[in-house]
Design a protein around this ligand. Structure first.
Ligand code: SAM
Length: 287
């Protein structure tokens, strides 16, 4: 199969040249650390594969290194949401080479309804996320309603420390809100690390690519009630649940007894299933 625009995509100038031509000096306030090595961006795009038959939502394309890779790896269409208008001419150049397969959206990914661009088509999310909005974006995608969500997978880059919090198991320091929410609804997996040296400018820390596969049938419970229980429990993670769950404005003892959890346990000792059981009982309490 020949991809529309594949030849012209191969002929685009090197990203360093694009950055120099459009004056794209990286801005810290926008979490800008660019990947300029197309071998690496293609490796990330392949990790999200197969891409044919899917629309890819990419947040923060910047000068377009990952965007090019997603197109070259056969995405039906890439919808790229970029906040920095300085990047738009560089992205337009890719769009003209891509034969109509790149849609550029200028805006804040936290405020844009991404599903509006899909018209029901199968989608994946792939992004080298700006570190300053990575967690709120991820939490929003994990809270998608209805579930299973509008995307069939997410392949996202985070700072290694955030990736570790996402895949953390109970009884570890990294286990908390992100782990519970992510593991409740998806199977998250760290695929590989990326050295700071791969980015321009290099960030201070290592990054990791994380793959999220949505669970078809997560333990049934209301996402907002689960968030309340988890926030209360980890809000005071060193305290016993009989005390930390008072933040829910109820007597924690009957709630804990109803799901068979010792009141002297602490948040990090609970499994995801136990948090879900607490959220379900909270629903019953308030019905
Ligand atoms: N994808 C490019 C790459 O891999 O080289 C750039 C990644 S850089 C870590 C993050 C990008 O997200 C930047 O281009 C930045 O301007 C953009 N960005 C920051 N905040 C954003 C937001 N709220 N909505 C959309 N894009 C944003």
């Amino acid at each position: 199969m020949t991809l529309a625009g594949a030849t012209s995509l191969d002929r685009l100038p090197p990203l360093r040249e694009v950055i120099a031509r459009y004056g794209l000096a990286a801005r810290k306030s926008l979490g800008q650390n660019f990947l300029l090595d197309l071998n690496l961006t293609r490796r990330i795009a392949r990790a999200a594969g197969p891409l044919p038959g899917h629309v890819i939502i990419e947040v923060g394309p910047g000068p377009g290194g990952l965007t090019r890779a997603l197109l070259l790896e056969g995405a039906d269409e890439v919808i790229a949401i970029e906040r920095d208008e300085r990047c738009l001419p560089a992205l337009e150049e890719i769009a003209s080479a891509a034969g109509g397969r790149l849609v550029i959206v200028h805006g804040d990914a936290l405020a844009v309804d991404l599903t509006a661009y899909l018209a029901g088509r199968p989608a994946k999310i792939v992004a080298n996320l700006p570190y300053n909005v990575a967690t709120p974006l991820l939490v929003g995608w994990l809270q998608a309603d209805p579930w299973p969500p509008w995307y069939s997978s997410m392949t996202l880059m985070f700072q290694r420390e955030v990736a570790e919090r996402i895949v953390a198991r109970p009884a570890t320091k990294a286990y908390g809100r992100l782990a519970v929410l992510a593991q409740w609804r998806t199977e998250p997996r760290i695929l590989f690390d990326i050295s700071p040296r791969a980015f321009t400018p290099p960030p201070k820390v290592t990054s990791s690519v994380v793959q999220f596969t949505p669970r078809a049938r997560p333990d049934p419970c209301d996402v907002h009630l689960l968030e309340q229980v988890v926030a209360a429990a980890f809000g005071q993670r060193r305290k016993m649940l009989r005390s930390s769950l008072q933040a829910l404005s109820l007597d924690p003892l009957p709630l804990l007894a109803a799901v068979g959890i010792e009141p002297t346990r602490r948040a990090e000792q609970l499994s995801v299933a136990q948090f879900c059981a607490l959220a379900r009982t909270l629903t019953d309490d308030r019905a």
